[in-house]
Write a protein that binds this ligand. Structure first.
Ligand SMILES: NC(=O)c1ccc[n+]([C@@H]2O[C@H](COP(=O)([O-])OP(=O)(O)OC[C@H]3O[C@@H](n4cnc5c(N)ncnc54)[C@H](O)[C@@H]3O)[C@@H](O)[C@H]2O)c1
Ligand SMILES: [Zn+2]
Length: 354
């Protein structure tokens, strides 16, 4: 077990990496989390893990209630949040008590949002169970729900009291979800860690799973350093986390079939190709990134047109004054932020990178 501390201006909290869920009750005693604990989870995760968490909390003397939502993005709504708030109230949860987010990024965002507004904010403990949530969604304090016309349009910043990651939960995670998390891992390597990037390239795919603890640890450390410098995303430092996400997000808006990680994989390839064309990095980096994307069964091509992508980009919140701002790779572990790219550059390179 390893503890990584996130140190913010007004608060700090630990991430327990490699901590068994069966023993989680001990942490709730240590952190004085109140008497009542309200667990928010989804159907898939509940099937595997809610009993272990509940029993451990009850053995630690806590009164526990669970609310199970439907899995997937459609649950990230104000309506579901309202339903959860009603359940918190019926359970008699007060300001000394705690909400647990037990699940992937959807549950972490939803439960984080509820914990931040119920009674003007109560304690939150995050237990991320997907690779994507462990390396990304559970670190940084952002939460939120979707509106019918856009993702994450309502939300707050609310830091957890602590985060618990039991890496063995990844054993039940479907392969496509592992791949989607690997897209964010590859991103971390490109933006900040040459060591991680080289490790991913040189290690056999089957062998990678035996190193999830050190891979997740490296990704969390990268994200927490960025968050510590730019807690509320106001200084432009968090921008580096958007590598692959500018194009990726535009692809995501236009695709019904691809998940977030798959779109980010495409975005990373496309953005690196543009970086090569603009002289920011060498062609071999483009080839290496493409090789990694293939290795983890992520897509390297899309039939979505450049026109659709450019149209979505112009409406993206990352657009400033009609200009497209990109994070482009320079070499493994280093990127340049705030590079302005024209829509013509995207259109003229669209076929070539595929
Ligand atoms: N707040 C942030 O900083 C941040 C960062 C990145 C992503 N996100 C958000 O995260 C969400 C995506 O997260 P996700 O990819 O984890 O999706 P998800 O929460 O929908 O989980 C993916 C699927 O895996 C299932 N699952 C989860 N854990 C499992 C386990 N251990 N075993 C078996 N099945 C399991 C879920 O039920 C679901 O069907 C998006 O809504 C995105 O906006 C937030
Ligand atoms: Zn992402």
């Amino acid at each position: 077990m390893k503890i990584i501390e996130v140190c913010l201006k007004r608060e700090k909290y630990p991430i327990y990496l490699g901590y068994p869920l069966e023993e989680i009750g001990q942490l709730f005693i240590k952190h004085e989390c109140g008497n009542k604990i309200f667990i928010i989870t989804d159907e898939n995760v509940s099937r595997f893990y809610s009993n272990a968490v509940r029993h451990s909390l009850e053995n630690a003397g806590k009164k526990v209630d669970i609310c199970v939502v439907k899995p997937g993005e459609p649950s990230k709504t104000i309506k579901t949040a309202y339903h959860l708030i009603e359940k918190c109230s019926q359970f008699g949860l007060d300001r000394t008590d705690t909400i647990i987010a037990l699940g992937g990024g959807v549950v972490c965002d939803l439960a984080g949002f509820v914990a931040s507004i119920y009674l003007r904010g109560i304690s939150l403990v995050s237990i991320p169970t997907t690779l994507l949530a462990q390396v990304d969604a559970s670190v940084g304090g952002k939460n939120g729900v979707n509106l019918p016309w856009g993702k994450n349009l309502v939300g707050t910043f609310h830091q957890p009291s602590f985060v618990v990651m039991d890496i063995s939960t990844l054993k039940t995670l479907p392969e496509r979800e592992i791949s989607q998390g690997m897209a964010e891992v590859i991103k971390c390597g490109i933006i900040r860690s040459k060591k991680l990037f080289q490790f991913l390239l040189s290690t056999d795919k089957k062998e990678i799973k035996n190193h999830f603890d050190s891979i997740i640890s490296e990704c969390i450390t990268i994200k927490k350093r960025v968050v510590e410098m730019d807690e509320k995303d106001t200084k432009g430092i968090r921008e580096i986390l958007n590598f692959g996400h500018t194009i990726g997000h535009a692809i995501e808006i236009n695709s019904r079939k691809l998940n977030h990680g798959e779109c980010v994989a495409l975005g990373m390839i496309c953005e690196t190709f543009i970086a090569v064309q603009k002289g920011f990095c060498c062609y071999c980096l483009f080839e290496n990134i493409k090789e990694l994307v293939k290795k983890f069964n992520l897509p390297t091509k899309t039939n979505i047109s450049s026109q659709k992508v450019v149209h979505s980009l112009l409406f993206d919140k990352k657009t400033k004054g009609g200009k497209l701002r990109f994070v482009l790779p320079v070499k493994p572990g280093a990127v340049k932020t705030g590079v302005e790219i024209s829509t013509n550059d995207i259109i003229s390179n669209w076929e070539k990178w595929q």
